[in-house]
Design a protein around this ligand. Sequence first.
Ligand code: SF4
Ligand code: SF4
Length: 423
Amino acid sequence: MKGIKISAHKELSKDSFTIYNKPKYIYIPLIVGNDTDITVLVKKDDYVCKGEVVARSKGNFSIPLHSSISGTVIGFEEKLHHNGVMVKSILIENDFKERVEEKNDTIEQLSSYSKADFIATLKSAGIIGMGGAGFPTYIKYQTEQPIKTLIINAVECEPYITADYALGIQKVEEILETIDAILEIYKIEHAIIAIKKNNTKLIHAIQKRIGTYVRMEIKTVPNRYPMGWERLLIETVTGKTYQNLPIEVGVVVNNLSTIYAIYEALKNKTPLLERVVTITGDMIKHPTNVLVKIGTPVHEIIESIGGMKRNKDIICIAGGPMMGVALPSDEVIVTADMNAIVVLKEQALEQENTCMRCGKCVEVCPAHIEPVLIKDAYKEKESLKSLHVNRCCECGLCSYICPAKIKVREYVKKAKETLRKGE
Ligand code: SF4
Ligand code: SF4
């Protein structure tokens, strides 16, 4: 069976949901995915409405960044991004008036969108993959190839994270309505909602309402990591494998939170302004899932839910412990692609030992590459060329399993860098 069983710790936050929507300030980091080539559209002292575009990425896949509040641009500050680096950010002071430029009518029939309008709406709403990928969602739909299967990825296999699970339970009807509309707009044969088999509450919530949607089915997947990885998920629920992109086998995959963002964009013409973030870990007093405005400082959210058990000798991880990034503090800002903050007791770093060539990292690697060989050659571009380094999904299983405590994944990430340099 693919993947491995690891401790999930989801019980900490699974059944808890709250809202924090009153930040005094928000920060909009000038970054989309890894792209920092952003045009700023506001200046100090400008008044901005909620939902107004304040910046736009310039690259091939341009996407707007919106203000999630109404208020005044105070200036620009370097703020910690969840990738661990400081990023120039637009600082906006909230006037708590929630003023919008114009009130849009709600759309009754979501399936009334044409393909072109659907893509234009996703694009102008700034919707990106909210499971962590951060890639503009409209690109998946901008295809000449027929889409045969839409997969909703509600697997959330990373330990501790329950944001999709909590949102799914809150918004089942909206999510099903959106899936149905996408099936209609693209004439897609069917949709699969993929959920881990032990997420029974979410499964039951969907089962109760899925009855009239004949082209949709729930498929449960084993409680193993990294079952939510797109390549492994597609193979598990459809039996299909592909070379580069899922569309080669007629598949589009959207994360569950992304589907809800599409709902808001189609139904209310609301851009991506909010998301659910899991705040959890053994150092958080009351772990929970929180609906927050994008741009909210995480330390403020943590305070709003009761704070930390202590603020020394802790480690904050953006994302989960397998794929996430350890941060120097909780001064990080919520972005659309940040799904969790996990705060744990700091543990003494275990000493790396010599590789014993046990091959365990090769056995567990879901990408079927050889992490140990990549580790050995991580600086040698020529040797790396035949090792399929770019197939690595950065799941971290090689580091997790390594008996010598070698941070194998970090070597594989460096190897990717080596290949990228001088491309
Ligand atoms: S090499 Fe990449 S894909 Fe393979 S186990 Fe390590 S992190 Fe996961
Ligand atoms: S799991 Fe660790 S010790 Fe074993 S081969 Fe891989 S890198 Fe070496």
